[in-house]
Design a protein around this ligand. Structure first.
Ligand SMILES: *Cc1c(COP(=O)(O)O)cnc(C)c1O
Length: 383
């Protein structure tokens, strides 16, 4: 079942790239724990597989499924979201090139660009990514790439992907969207005009906080050839087991994202009404500045909520310390609810830069527990 065109999202998630095993009839594609493949004479590959850094059947199944879910022609899986990001950036940028990034980019992405790529003469300009005119103004003659996250981590800012695609197309610049927070069930950047989608599959795609992975999806064969070259050349590939686990998780992505969205909407509303909360950042709330754009390009608003606590940093740290159902931990997108303080945890790498996040900010990843329990837990932590 590789013709993904007319099939619905859930059908693609469950079947694309995952035919029953031709030798045994196993309904689930086997976990091919092998590094190499017997050849029929020198160069006589039986099914195109030669060495598992270059290709592995379990990974291929995952790559085909991920491509289908994003409506793309080609998918590449990586050992982490950062490995996928690194591959995209090093495939598309050369010394002397310039890229535009959100002024609240994921901390790890910013660190890679600011601390590593800069050593190779690649320049960057952070901009308010929700402001398309600011993005147009930041594009220079040597700009090769606009990197976008939407919603952003941790401020849940919304960028208008279709408008950004117009701006980058006019300037012959590649548009890459980090679609980690939305997942392909809620948002498909390629259909809105982006050139490449990047995922940290560690988050909603994996969905159970038990693996680290990343992906790149595109419909541009030339770009995919570059990604494949560096995927093999640098070798930051996922293990067959992680590929297998991710495939298993994709089958329930749709039902998980529906419930994450239900629970996050309920939690965001309850937090908005709480006297100790200064402001809730959730694109599903009508007062969120990106609400209209989010409603236009997303199926629903997802499971991530951030909020500013009255009383500054100490008050925010206290809330993080007092929850019982929410676990204090980094990461997001799993079935269990997590809480964290971005300023001291996930986004400590941007402290002191123009990307620094507010000290009173708390970020929650709303899981699949009962919404009433989640709301009660946050209420007692804020009390
Ligand atoms: C986690 C994350 C990444 C990095 O992915 P890893 O799998 O941790 O390497 C990139 N972008 C966003 C938005 C993330 O949340």
């Amino acid at each position: 079942m590789t013709d993904s065109g007319p099939l619905g999202f859930a059908t693609r998630a469950i079947h694309t790239g995952q035919e029953p095993d031709p030798t045994t009839g196993a309904v689930i594609p086997p976990l091919y724990a092998t590094s190499t493949y017997a050849q029929d004479g020198v160069g006589g590959l039986r099914k195109g597989f030669e060495y598992s850094r270059t290709g592995n059947p379990t990974r291929t199944a995952l790559e085909q499924c991920l491509a289908a879910l994003e409506g793309g022609r080609f998918g590449r899986a990586f050992a982490s979201g950062m490995a996928a990001t690194d591959t995209a950036l090093r495939s598309l940028l050369r010394p002397g090139d310039h890229l535009v990034i959100p002024n609240d980019t994921y901390g790890g992405t910013f660190r890679l660009i600011d601390k590593v790529l800069s050593q190779w003469g690649v320049e960057h300009t952070p901009v308010a990514i929700s402001d398309v005119d600011a993005v147009r103004a930041a594009i220079r003659p040597n700009t090769k790439l606009v990197w976008v996250e939407t919603p952003t981590n941790p401020l849940l800012t919304i960028a208008d992907i279709a408008l950004l695609a117009d701006a980058t197309r006019d300037a012959s610049v590649t548009l890459v969207v980090d679609n980690t927070f939305a997942s392909p069930y809620l948002q498909n950047p390629l259909e809105l005009g982006a050139d490449v989608v990047m995922h940290s599959t560690t988050k909603y795609l994996g969905g159970h906080s038990d693996l680290i992975g990343g992906a790149l999806v595109t419909s541009d064969e030339e770009l995919d050839t570059k990604f494949a070259f560096l995927q093999n050349g640098s070798g930051a590939v996922p293990s067959p087991f992680d590929a297998w686990l991710t495939l298993r998780s994709l089958k329930t992505l749709q039902v998980r994202m529906e419930k994450h969205s239900d629970n996050a909407e309920a939690v965001a509303q309850a937090l908005s009404a709480h006297p100790k909360v200064e402001r809730v950042l959730y694109p599903g709330l009508p007062e969120h500045p990106g609400h209209e754009t989010a409603a236009k390009q997303m199926r629903r608003f997802g499971g991530m909520v951030s909020f500013l606590v009255k009383g500054g940093e100490q008050a925010a740290l206290d809330v993080c310390a007092r929850t019982n159902v929410f676990t204090l931990a980094e990461s997001l997108g799993g079935v269990e609810s997590l809480i964290e303080h971005p300023g001291r945890m996930t986004h400590a790498s941007v402290a002191g830069t123009e990307l620094e996040v507010p000290a009173s900010l708390v970020r929650i990843s709303v899981g699949l527990e009962d919404a009433d329990d989640l709301i009660a837990d946050l209420s007692q932590a804020l009390a």
